[in-house]
Design a protein around this ligand. Structure first.
Ligand SMILES: C[S@@+](CC[C@H](N)C(=O)[O-])C[C@H]1O[C@@H](n2cnc3c(N)ncnc32)[C@H](O)[C@@H]1O
Length: 640
């Protein structure tokens, strides 16, 4: 999906040469600053909310499984306790969560500082760090005994493999053969109690009940047996494509195979996570099904008997933090994944918390470039508590963009929505860029909104990480879930708690590419049907025109966060994207943050308007038959 971050009523060019790209229009008007959490909040800390207590990565082998009745009983008891805890949490989550997150964050202060200054470095997600984070988070909530990990997963090393590749031929797509879907059909979904089995009918997107058989599929076995000669050859060729030239370079192959395995495991966990959620997951499912094209027969089936994956030893898999948290511990809160409808697994990609440069993008976060007027070096504690506001409120008109609850101020929110929807009240109408300065081809530029930014405090500021003007940089702290919606829409992002308007949801995270790199990537034609690039055509106020080698965009296809799952809704989406300045005052690079446009109820799908012009055949975004159900839908009848 290509979305022009800087809104644009117009096609924006990505590449000056050959393939001229028209950026999807999206406007966004800016914002202001964040909120502060009272210090008292920190006492709440260590209670991390997790959906699943238990083990390292969820892979349960014969050896790893609980073998005796006592242990089994203990695990079941733990599951019960976990379910109770989860239920409690579900009731009291909302506002408390953010406070807990902040509290937890304190324990990671050092890491945070490092992250903050190293946004463009390799994400610090080393495997060793994750377990310790988990321990810190849930000392009193880890109800089940961690079981040994069977899968050795070090996905973060994978990017290093990619780095070896020649840039010219390195679009970095994950090869189709890495998809786990070839295994999906072998994964058997059982009802835990009755051992009923459901087979996925792909043509109708329904589950068909089958007579139970004694033999059940073993995920581990499937994964292992899938390493047939044919597949091994395939992995060898993938490894070669990713920089491994030696036939016996098993390292690269292992990494790829490991990723495949992780994907399978995540898939299995997705199913189990829903079960673990019990009735809540089921009702969630029913709710999201409403109005979708998915068969109601399926909904009924799921409601009656939540499915559960069994392993060859007959035990339900234990929950794993890795599998119940798509971020693998990178975010402050776990983000669960749920597919109670089909055996579809998540598309293969690496979760990264912060955007990271692919190769040539130049993003300069030099402290020296931040003038006194762009920071608040003398501030202490929480900037929102001081009057008059410090320099960091300047960009949003002398008032901080966030209120004391951490939400985007209503006036800014209204303005951003109006700009996005281009309504009469949009003041951005007067702010189309001067075509003389626009880097877009003037013939193509139909007008370009100069969006208003939210500016957050940063490293050159004296305030602390709990300062109310640091909302986006603190990261995700709402209870969210990536859920499978339907065959037509695929996966989507849902909230599991009520959200007031102006709530920060997440940032759009991906690889930072130059437009030239994106163009190269697109030309490589990797077979992926859905791309997720977003243009950062910022710096429109700059005196000089940026070249394609300098223009930046974000591509979340292969590396990204949960934003890559946010589906499109025409016009009245419940999220609005807003540009946020954190590290660089020049707006060459900036962040795109999603805020709620209105009160959003728990279990609602979160959507944003991609601003696709479904009529524009030149548009680089591959249009789709829109299933947003909005009364303002522009693409309902589009047939790709
Ligand atoms: C950014 S991705 C969103 C996540 C995606 N649903 C998935 O499963 O990975 C964009 C793609 O999702 C699908 N999509 C998003 N919004 C949609 C909508 N309103 N109707 C139909 N398909 C949609 C389209 O295939 C689109 O190319």
């Amino acid at each position: 999906m290509l979305v022009n971050l800087l809104e644009a009523k117009t096609p924006a060019r990505v590449t000056r040469n050959s393939s001229r790209r028209c950026a999807a229009s999206t406007e966004v008007r800016a914002a202001e600053v964040p909120v502060a959490e009272p210090n008292s909040v920190h006492k709440k800390a260590n209670k991390r909310v997790t959906f699943s207590p238990v083990s390292a990565n969820g892979e349960v082998s014969g050896a790893d499984c609980v073998k005796d009745g006592e242990k089994q009983a203990q695990i079941e008891s733990n599951h019960t306790k976990a379910a109770v805890v989860r239920q409690d949490i579900a009731c009291s989550y909302s506002h408390e969560l953010q406070l807990e997150c902040l509290s937890f964050k304190e324990t990671l202060q050092n890491d945070y500082v490092n992250d903050e200054r190293g946004l463009l470095k390799k994400p610090r997600i080393d495997a060793a760090a994750s377990p310790s984070v988990s321990r810190k988070l849930e000392p009193d909530m880890l109800l089940a005994t961690p079981s040994p990990t069977k899968v050795k997963e070090e996905p973060l090393d994978f990017p290093l493999v990619i780095q070896k590749r020649d840039a010219a031929r390195s679009p970095a797509p994950l090869p189709a053969s890495m998809s786990t879907r070839q295994h999906e059909k072998q994964i058997v979904v059982y009802n835990k109690d009755s051992a009923n089995k459901f087979r996925h009918n792909e043509s109708e997107d329904t589950l068909i009940k089958e007579k139970p058989r004694r033999k059940v599929a073993l995920l581990g076995h499937i994964e292992k047996s899938s390493q047939s000669k044919k597949e091994n050859d395939s992995l060898q060729s993938i490894a070669a494509a990713y920089g491994s030239t030696s036939d016996d370079d098993s390292g690269a192959i292992e990494k790829i195979a490991s990723m495949q395995l992780v994907q399978n495991t995540v898939h299995a966990k997705n199913t189990r996570a829903s079960i673990a959620e019990g009735k809540r997951a089921v009702s969630h499912n029913n709710l999201t099904l409403r109005g979708s094209e998915t068969s109601s027969k399926l909904a009924v089936t799921v409601k009656e008997e939540p499915a559960c994956t069994l392993y060859s030893n007959g035990h339900p898999d234990t929950h794993s933090p890795n599998c119940e948290d798509i971020s693998r511990g990178q975010e402050l809160v776990p983000i669960s994944v749920s597919n109670t409808l089909t055996c579809e697994s998540l598309p293969p990609f690496y979760y990264i918390k912060n955007s990271i440069t692919f190769q040539n993008a130049y993003v300069n976060f030099a402290l020296a470039r931040i003038g006194e007027e762009d920071c608040c070096a003398k501030c202490v504690g929480n900037c929102l508590e001081r009057y008059p506001p410090c320099h960091c409120a300047r960009e949003s008109g002398g008032e901080f963009a966030y209120d004391l609850e951490g939400r985007l101020r209503q006036s800014l929110l209204r303005e951003a929505i109006a700009d996005k929807r281009n309504t009469e009240s949009s003041s951005a109408r007067n702010k189309y860029c001067d075509k003389g300065l626009c880097f877009l081809n003037s013939e193509q530029c139909k007008g370009h909104l100069i969006r208003k930014f939210v500016k957050e405090c940063w490293s050159k500021c004296g305030c602390d990480m709990q300062c109310g003007n640091r909302v986006v940089q603190r990261g995700i702290c709402r209870k969210l879930q990536v859920s499978y919606i339907s065959k037509g829409k695929g996966w989507g992002l849902h909230t599991l708690e009520d959200l007031p308007p102006g709530t920060f949801i997440c940032e759009y995270v991906g690889e930072i590419l130059t437009n030239v790199e994106l163009d190269t990537r697109n030309k490589a034609g990797d077979g992926h049907s859905d791309h997720y690039p977003t243009l950062l055509d910022a710096d429109l106020n700059s005196e000089t025109m940026l070249r394609d080698e300098e223009l930046l965009c974000l591509d979340a296809t292969y590396y990204g966060n949960i934003a890559r799952f946010i589906n499109h809704r025409c016009y009245d989406a419940n999220l609005v994207d807003i540009p946020v300045e954190i590290e660089s005052p020049d707006h060459h690079y900036y962040h795109i943050a999603f805020f709620t446009t209105r009160p959003v109820k728990a279990l609602e799908e979160l959507t944003w308007d991609y601003c696709i012009d479904f009529e524009d055949v030149m548009h680089p975004v591959k249009a789709f038959n829109c299933l947003c159900d909005s009364q303002y839908c522009r693409g309902r009848h589009y047939r790709p």
